[in-house]
Ligand binder design. Structure first.
Ligand code: KIV
Ligand code: ZN
Length: 510
C-alpha cells in the first residue's frame, strides 16, 4: 500500500485543455510512451464523447500492454455500455464512473436531491459490476461536497464493490491542509482495502501541493497529466509529483514505480502532439529547469553540483549534450546513442531516423543529443497523411527590395505553385501558402526557438492559427528558420483539416 499508483489522464482530462485535440493515432503514440514511462493506469478517453475517443480507448487497449486501461463514463447506462464496448480489447480494463455530489452541482446542474444521487450511484455501480470487476468511482466536485454526504456516497459505492474511490478537486478550490484532512477523514472511515485516489485541478496553482498533501494523508493513487495540461488551468503535473516523491523520499516515505528517465521525452512528445508549449520556467521539464544563469550559481555548480541542484537532469532523461555524432557516424553508433537516451527503435524506424540524421549531418557538423531527440520524436509522430506538403520555396529579401516568396506545395498527386509579396520574408511566404490552400488563417502566435546549440542549431517554429473559428497549432523544425516557418504553418493547416473531420463533442459535465 505504500507504492503510489500513477493514474495518467493526459489523454482524457489533459485532452480537455483548450485548443488540444488529439486523434486516436496520436493518443496511441502517447499511450505507448506512457507505458515506457511506467504509469500504472492510462485513462485513454471518454468514449461517449466521440467516435474517435471510443476508437482511441479500443486501439490503446489492443496495442498497449502493461498499464491498466481506463475509460470514463457518466452514471448513465448509455455511457457505460459504450465505455465497456471500447474496453473489450484491453487486457486490464477499468471503468471510471463519475457523478456530481456537491450541493451546487446537485441543485444547478443535476436538479437532484441527495437520496437520488445515492440511488443512481448504487444502481450504476451494480449495473457495471455485472460486466467488469475493476471500477473506480469519482464523486465529482468532491471538495465542495458536505464531508458526511461524501462519505455516504463513498460507502455506498464501496458496498457495491468499488475498490478505488477518487476524490476530485474538480474546480481547483482546495487548500492543502483542508484537502489533507478530508483525505484523512475518508481514510479513517472507509475499509482498508479501498484505495483513495486524488485528482486535483490547478485553478489556484495548488494542484501539485494538494496532491502531495493528500498522499501524506493516506491517498495511494494520484491522477495527473504530463506537463500539467488539462481543463482550464490544468491538472496536477505528473512529473512534479513524481520528482517530489523521489527527491523528498524520506519525507513522503512512499515508493514510485515510474522510470523517470522517460519523463523528458514524454513531455516533449505530449507538447508536440497537442501543440501546447511547455513554459520555460516549468519545474522539471521547462527549458530553464536545470539552467544556471548567475555567475555565483555557475561557479557553485562547477565546484560541486549539489550546491545549487537538488536532482541531476539525467534523472528525468534530459540529455547532456555530449557531441559525439557527425556525418561519418554509422547506423550502429546512432542506435546505441538513441538507446542511451531511452529510445529503442526497430530496424525500420532506425533506417528512417538514420536517413534524416544524414541529411542533418550534411547541414550541421556535430549532432547532439537534443538533435537526436528531435529526429526521433518526428519519426514517432503518428502517420497522419498530410493534406499539403511543402515541395519547394524561394525567398527574395533584402534591405532595398520588397520581400517576395514563391512556394510549391504537393496536394496528393497535384503540385500547386504560387507567389506573393509581403511585409517580410515570412509574411510573403505565408501569403503565398494562403493563396495555394485557399484559406485565410489568422496568425495568433509565432515563436522561434533554438532547440539545439551552435550557429547551425536546429530552429523550431511554433505557430497558432485560427481558421474558420478553429484554433490549431503547428510546429516545424529545420536548420533554416524560413523552412521551419513554412513547415509549422502547413502543419497547422493540416491539423485544421484533421480537426474538421473529428466532430468532437467535448465533455461539458454530467
Ligand atoms: O475534475 C473532475 O472532477 C474530473 C472527473 C471526471 C474525475 O475530471
Ligand atoms: Zn478533472
Amino acid at each position: 500500500m505504500d507504492r503510489i499508483i500513477f493514474f495518467d489522464t493526459t489523454l482524457r482530462d489533459g485532452e480537455q485543455s483548450p485548443g488540444a485535440s488529439l486523434t486516436s493515432n496520436a493518443k496511441l503514440t502517447i499511450a505507448k510512451q506512457l507505458a515506457l514511462l511506467g504509469v500504472d493506469v492510462i485513462e485513454a478517453g471518454f468514449p461517449v464523447a466521440s467516435e474517435d475517443d471510443a476508437k482511441a480507448v479500443e486501439i490503446i487497449g489492443k496495442h498497449v500492454s502493461g498499464p491498466v486501461i481506463c475509460a470514463l463514463a457518466r452514471c448513465v447506462t448509455k455511457d457505460i455500455e459504450i465505455a465497456l464496448k471500447s474496453l473489450e480489447t484491453a487486457r486490464k480494463p477499468r471503468l471510471h464512473l463519475f457523478l456530481a455530489t456537491s450541493e451546487i452541482h446537485r441543485k444547478f446542474k443535476l436538479a437532484k436531491a441527495k437520496d437520488e444521487i445515492i440511488r443512481i450511484a448504487r444502481e450504476m455501480v451494480k449495473f457495471s459490476k455485472k460486466f467488469i470487476d475493476d471500477i473506480e468511482f469519482s464523486p465529482e466536485d468532491a471538495t465542495r461536497t458536505e464531508p458526511d454526504f461524501l462519505l455516504e456516497v463513498c460507502r455506498t459505492v464501496v458496498d457495491e464493490g468499488v475498490r478505488t474511490v477518487n476524490i476530485p478537486d474538480t474546480v481547483g478550490y482546495a487548500v492543502p491542509e483542508e484537502y489533507g484532512n478530508l483525505i484523512n477523514y475518508l481514510k479513517n472511515n472507509l475499509p482498508d482495502n479501498v484505495v483513495i485516489s486524488v485528482h486535483c485541478h490547478n485553478d489556484l496553482g495548488l494542484a501539485v501541493a494538494n496532491s502531495l498533501t493528500a498522499i501524506k494523508n493516506g491517498a495511494r493513487q494520484v491522477e495527473c497529466t504530463i506537463n500539467g495540461i488539462g481543463e482550464r488551468a490544468g491538472n496536477a503535473s505528473l512529473e512534479e509529483i513524481a520528482m517530489n516523491l523521489i527527491v523528498r523520499k524520506k519525507y513522503y516515505n512512499v515508493d514510485v514505480g515510474l522510470k523517470t528517465t522517460h519523463i523528458y521525452r514524454t513531455s516533449k512528445l505530449v507538447s508536440s502532439l497537442t501543440g501546447i508549449p511547455v513554459q520555460p520556467n516549468k519545474a522539471i521539464v521547462g527549458d530553464n529547469a536545470f539552467r544556471h544563469e548567475s555567475g555565483i550559481h555557475q561557479d557553485g555548480v562547477l565546484k560541486y553540483r549539489q550546491t545549487y541542484e537538488i536532482m541531476h537532469p539525467k534523472m528525468v532523461g534530459i540529455p547532456e549534450s555530449t557531441l559525439v555524432l557527425g556525418k561519418h557516424s554509422g547506423r550502429h553508433a546512432l542506435k546505441l546513442r538513441l538507446k542511451s537516451l531511452g529510445i529503442n527503435v526497430d530496424d525500420e524506424s532506425l533506417n528512417k531516423i538514420f536517413e534524416q540524421f544524414k541529411k542533418l549531418a550534411d547541414k550541421k557538423k556535430e549532432i547532439n543529443d537534443m538533435d537526436l531527440l528531435v529526429l526521433a520524436e518526428q519519426e514517432t509522430l503518428p502517420a497522419v497523411e498530410p493534406v499539403y506538403q511543402l515541395e519547394y520555396f524561394h525567398i527574395v529579401s533584402g534591405s532595398s527590395t520588397l520581400p517576395s516568396a514563391t512556394v510549391r506545395i504537393r496536394k496528393k498527386d497535384k503540385i500547386i505553385e504560387d507567389a506573393s509579396l509581403g511585409d517580410g520574408p515570412v509574411d510573403a511566404l505565408y501569403k503565398a501558402i494562403d493563396r495555394i490552400v485557399k484559406l485565410s488563417p489568422k496568425l495568433n502566435d509565432y515563436k522561434i526557438s533554438a532547440i539545439s546549440s551552435g550557429k547551425d542549431a536546429q530552429g523550431e517554429v511554433a505557430v497558432s492559427l485560427v481558421i474558420d473559428g478553429i484554433t490549431v497549432a503547428g510546429k516545424g523544425i529545420s536548420t533554416d528558420i524560413i523552412e521551419a516557418s513554412a513547415k509549422a504553418y502547413l502543419h497547422a493547416i493540416n491539423q485544421y483539416f484533421i480537426r474538421r473531420t473529428i466532430t468532437k463533442k467535448k465533455y461539458r459535465g454530467a
